[in-house]
Design a protein around this ligand. Sequence first.
Ligand code: FAD
Length: 422
Amino acid sequence: MLARGAALLEGVMAGTAYDIVIVGGGAAGIATAASLLKRRPQLGIAVVEPAETHYYQPGWTMVGAGVFDRAATAHSMASAMPPGATWIKTPAAEFDPDRNEVVLANGERLAYRVLVAAPGLKLDWDGVEGLRETLGKNGVTSNYSFDTAPYTWQLVQNLRSGRAIFTQPMMPIKCAGAPQKTMYLSCDRWLRDGRLKDIEVEFDLAGPVLFGVLAYVPALMEYVKKYGIALNFGARLTKVDGPARKAWFETVKDGAKTVVEKSFDMIHVCPPQTAPDFVRKSPLANAAGWVEVNEQSLQHVRYPNIFALGDVCSASNAKTAAAVRKQAPVVAVNVLRVLDGKAPNAAYDGYGSCPLTVERGKIVLAEFGYGGKLLPTFPKWLIEGTRPTALAWQLKANVLPSVYWKLMLRGHEWLARPKVLD
Ligand code: FAD
């Protein structure tokens, strides 16, 4: 299963600049660099990352609900970069896997023995007509951006009556639960303030289900009923006109397209999401654009000295930082095996987690792997994942941010020991 191993490095050019080049210094790139350097500090690792700031994106749901201060979700990239890694600040523009090189935006080439692709995904703000111009004003917001997550909270506090629309594009997206998490937290606030009765709330989803793993749906549906939310499946947001406070949704029934115009007082938009353009057009991509890896080893299916993890990889897990926490040690082990001329032997089980904030103080802690198999971290008596619990809220609000910054990004593999097959 994990095969495609030994003698993989034949053909890799002599005089290689780096043992490992990692493209992307987000959750996945930094966690992998840290895990590699913990195991073998003398490795020559370059991390290609143009951003000066590293974001803890899972915190943005809490920013949009007034629980976290936005500043707490951003640290300097310099402080996140593991000591011992070389930080290259020019973005990657191209992969040239046949020459074992990454081409940077300034035309420079970085040679590697092993490549780890982790540049995340592209939020396609232009995939909805008119969205970019109006985002962050006219009642149009999104927790998917550091800049606008605080505006969500502003809108929630100010809305007294009218219609609040929450949208979700086609899968896959990062943190598939995030569009509904903000909806529940907004409703909770309006309910507590006695305003919910005057606010018509609807959730327009491009897909056919509320959440992809059925075990969590009953608990979520209880909240949908409690808050009186109207669910519209198969409704894809195509256009927004902020000043006119109007949004257009496309539905397809029996092959026939219908476009429905809706007015809103507030709209929370989750943008369509794709692989980054330079990944989509590269030889690493599958037909859908994602870096095509073996689901267990996270090794590229055509280039054995290339691995991918995080949002950019083709594996069918939920695209979350929680998934990255488990993937990074697997990739670290397998990269070292390949550098040593051996086959990968660590396997990822598809674990991902989505803490569904159903009300302020309670979370349905969805944790699952490939095929929707439930993979709870904690025993049922402590956290029953399919039910809302206060302890899961404490975990998200008070524990996970530190796990991210202090453990995961520093190569401390808390509850993430990789499964080694031989
Ligand atoms: P990212 O962390 O996005 O990092 C990608 C990096 O690549 C960036 O630093 C970027 O600058 C860099 N990059 C891009 N292009 C290039 C290039 N050309 N060259 C070099 N570098 C490049 N996850 C959870 O586990 N739990 C949650 O509750 C949760 N909630 C979320 C809520 C929201 C609103 C959002 C937006 C996300 C949430 N997530 C959650 C998802 C989680 O944040 C992502 O899955 C995770 O950050 C993926 O890590 P990544 O490294 O693949 O991508």
